[in-house]
Write a protein that binds this ligand. Structure first.
Ligand code: AGP
Length: 588
């Protein structure tokens, strides 16, 4: 997934600084390369740099690039390696374009364009958009008509913005299955999300829908729908409380977001009171999600089946629709997604929409995200913008909503949920113990996480956190599964991270830990005062407060987030922007 930004400034204004500000808010979407292009004095200047945005900023500081209309891009490479040459903006003749998405029919289009004499200079799919626009402009089309023709030809997904040397006061933009926001303020701008827009002194926004486009000439904006009829999208004020996504006094966004979990959980509880009647007549619950959101969904399966007595299936979104699953009557579908833009999850929900009469709910952290246009109703996690690529506060906020749903017919548990934030605060106070523990892990090549019952998904999530920010290969296992093969992995060097709170599965988990201890000595246990007494004394333990067993998944993930964070620090990786990753994956 990439981030795009575009600005039409006032005559004589230099918008380069604002483009950079917008890209700073979008860098979480991808950081393989960055670039910008501006129009000035009848020319287009392009500046690009491989790697993080700082490299572009360094280049820009040493340049005299200026212009009052421009576009910018921060890239997560899909087609074409992350090189400067493949960095956006991509140029063709008098046109420069930035694009987030995938042109699925680019190979055929590339072949046709090459037959027409167009020379390709990059390995990207986006270059076909630049040449198609250029070909239309060269035929005498206006930017708007050139854009319309491109929208009719390309297949796949796009959020794009383009500027033109021969139309120095015009920018066009369009979207299909990738997000695009239009901002209104002292300038007119476009951006991949509201964060970029808010950073460019815009006070109002409008959201383009799939197939819609905009033409901006000076401070005049014209909007068109998919059949190119004029429309007037609703403008919304950017709420003054739009949370800035700075790091504050923290070294990293991820640590700030881990520490924000008590308030995120508190806000989420207060703003979501799922009514148990939403499950009336439901024969099955079907949850689709990816990555960390998928692990939250796995926890929900335990809760829904135990407390709602409703069979619950959890599906990996990227797999689900490709096996043409049958969906019977009275199924409640739920999409769980932090960004609300994960194309795998969106497409899975579209499949459910098209192939059943299921009601479709969503749990999302970003308002007006694409999922909100597919779901019948959305429960919003109130985690605030999550910038760290590794999801933390959104995950525990997702679990909070899923718990509120599962416990909606159990007043005792609903009332006890209110204690979560304060218990979370207590657990965060363990951070320095966990930091010391990181020293035992940071040199490992691999690590194993063990959990039983609703803590099995938390073992998977803990392993994912370690993988994605420290690059240590880690695997989560159902603790009872170790004896069926994975135990061969254990030796004295292999860190084995065990989740063992008191409760129904304590004894079973304790015996699994004994089996691990008989084969390796680098075992660490996250438990509570009961476990401190009843587990082998010689083993390293982190003691969490005694809690209601049902809340363990929400709380036991927190030390695992901290563990991954501190191990990554020790290994010197980029905690907030780990290699190869992006915050939301809007390509399949
Ligand atoms: C989480 O740490 C990862 N960055 C990733 O697995 C993420 O959860 C996944 O891509 C799903 O994203 P979504 O919740 O925005 O749909």
């Amino acid at each position: 997934m990439c981030g795009i930004v575009g600005i039409v400034g006032r005559p004589g204004e230099n918008v380069v600084g604002k483009i950079i500000s917008g890209l700073e808010k979008l860098e979480y979407r991808g950081y393989d390369s960055a670039g910008l292009a501006v129009v000035h004095d009848g020319y287009i200047d392009v500046l690009r740099a491989v790697g993080k945005l700082q490299n572009l900023k360094t280049k820009q500081e040493g340049s005299k690039i200026y212009g009052n209309i421009g576009i910018g891009h921060t890239r997560w490479a899909t087609h074409g390696k992350p090189t400067e040459n493949n960095a956006h903006p991509i140029r063709s003749g008098s046109v420069a374009v930035v694009h987030n998405g995938i042109v699925e029919n680019y190979k055929g289009l590339r072949f046709d364009l090459q037959k027409d004499g167009y020379v390709f200079e990059t390995d990207t799919d986006t270059e076909v958009i630049a040449h198609l626009l250029q070909r239309k402009i060269a035929q005498g089309c206006s930017p708007r008509d050139a854009l319309r023709s491109v929208q009719e030809i390309i297949e796949g997904s796009y959020a794009l913005a383009a500027i033109f040397m021969t139309f120095p006061d015009t920018m066009v933009a369009a979207r299909y299955r990738s997000p695009l926001v239009i901002g209104f303020g002292e300038d007119i701008c476009v951006g991949s999300d509201i964060g970029a827009i808010a950073s460019i002194a815009c006070s109002e926004v409008a959201y383009l829908e799939d197939g819609e486009c905009a033409e901006i000439i000076g401070n005049e904006v014209s909007f068109f729908d998919a059949s190119f009829q004029p429309i007037s999208p609703k403008r919304q004020k950017i709420s003054p409380g739009f949370v800035s996504t700075g790091k504050g006094e923290y070294a990293h966004h991820m640590l700030k977001e881990i520490m924000e979990q008590p308030s995120a959980i508190r806000r989420t509880i207060l703003s979501n009171k799922p009514d148990g009647r939403m499950f009336d007549g439901v024969s099955r619950i079907l949850i689709v999600a990816c990555g960390t959101s998928y692990y939250a969904s796995m926890v929900a399966k335990y809760w829904f089946e135990k407390f709602l007595k409703i069979p619950t299936d959890v599906e990996i979104a990227s797999e689900y629709r490709y096996r043409s699953p049958f969906i019977e009557e009275n199924v409640l579908a739920i999409a769980v997604t932090q960004s609300g833009e994960t194309i795998d999850t969106l497409e899975a929900m579209e499949y459910i929409r098209k192939n059943s009469n299921s009601r479709v709910a969503a749990i999302a952290n970003v308002r007006n995200s694409a999922i909100s246009r597919i779901a019948d109703f959305v429960f919003y996690t109130e985690a605030g913008p999550e910038v760290g690529v590794a999801s933390t506060k959104a995950f525990t906020a997702q679990l909070t909503i899923l718990a509120s749903m599962a416990f909606s017919r159990h007043e005792f548990l609903i009332n006890k949920l209110r204690n979560l934030p304060s218990i979370c605060e207590e657990i965060l106070d363990l951070q320095y113990l966990v930091k010391d523990l990181a020293e035992k892990i940071c040199f490992a090549d691999s690590a194993i996480y063990l959990g039983r019952g609703s803590l099995y998904p938390i073992a998977l999530e803990g392993a994912l956190k370690l993988k994605e920010i420290s690059y240590i290969h880690a695997e989560g296992f159902a603790a009872g599964e170790m004896k069926h093969g994975p135990i061969a992995l254990i030796d004295d060097d292999m860190p084995v991270i065990c989740l063992c709170p008191s409760g129904e599965l304590f004894d079973k988990t304790a015996s699994n830990i004994q089996v691990a201890l008989a084969r390796g000595k680098n075992v660490v246990i996250f438990t509570d005062p009961y476990g401190r007494k009843h587990l082998p004394q010689e083993v390293t333990k982190i003691i969490l407060p005694e809690i209601i067993e049902e809340f363990a998944p929400i709380l036991y993930v927190i030390p695992l987030q901290l563990l991954a964070y501190y191990v990554a620090l020790l290994r010197g990786t980029d905690v907030d922007k780990p290699r190869n990753l992006a915050k939301s994956v809007t390509v399949e």
